[in-house]
Design a protein around this ligand. Structure first.
Ligand code: ZN
Length: 220
């Protein structure tokens, strides 16, 4: 499998997918989790990424959840980036669903194991086309929504992030070298819930500047 190109951003090949946990206080509280003092960071593997709008839920996952999130695409190699410099490394913005097997995640959390198996399954990272960063005047004031079967479930406002996008880029780059095509799922607001077979998800950022449509298919 050759790695995918990021739609909307010419010449960027998909790299590592980073995820941020508990970046909105109200979402941390709805799952009875503490609000962290440092970003909670995990990764999703290449096979989780999909741009074709279909999420496949394997039969052993009993409680799959949606988490609508703003996705940041990195445009250049960088290490030890400061928050002030971070915008220079951001190529574009998109929307993604951080599909999470909540039942598996709960078991992993109880054992203090990594979340990987709950977050990393095939097609568990559907992502929209990206818009170039210069189309977004202020990433700290973005509004986004998620509808499931036409019903509003999540209202996001990036100004409510515990760790703003600039800080996420800076913090990640203290630990790892960010590479062009890397993506950061920046965390989900409150309102997460279960995915059922046939559900149609529609996410929108800034009244349709970015949209993502996803269908859920439970495998037998
Ligand atoms: Zn998430």
């Amino acid at each position: 499998m050759t790695s995918a190109m990021l739609p909307g951003l010419s010449g960027l090949q998909a790299g590592t997918i980073y995820g941020i946990g508990r970046n909105y206080a109200a979402h941390a509280r709805e799952l009875n989790n503490p609000v962290p003092s440092r970003p909670v960071i995990f990764t999703k593997p290449a096979g989780s990424l999909t741009f074709d709008g279909t999420v496949h839920i394997p039969p052993f996952v009993k409680n799959p959840h949606y988490e609508a999130e703003v996705v940041v695409a990195i445009g250049a190699r960088g290490k030890d980036i400061t928050p002030a410099e971070a915008p220079e490394w951001i190529a574009g913005y998109g929307l993604g669903i951080d599909v999470t097997a909540r039942d598996i995640q709960q078991q992993l959390k109880e054992k203090s194991h990594p979340w990987f198996l709950a977050k990393g399954l095939d097609t568990f990272a559907p992502v929209s086309a990206f818009v170039a960063a210069d189309q977004i005047s202020d990433p700290a004031g973005l509004l986004f929504t998620l509808d499931v079967n036409g019903e509003r479930r999540q209202n996001g406002d990036t100004s409510l992030m515990q760790f703003p996008i600039r800080e996420l880029v800076a913090t990640l780059s203290q630990y790892v070298t960010l590479m062009p095509g890397d993506m950061i799922f920046t965390g989900t607001p409150e309102g997460v819930g279960k995915l059922n077979h046939g559900d149609i998800l529609h996410a929108s950022l800034e009244s349709g500047l970015i949209t993502l449509d996803v269908e859920i298919v439970h495998q037998n």
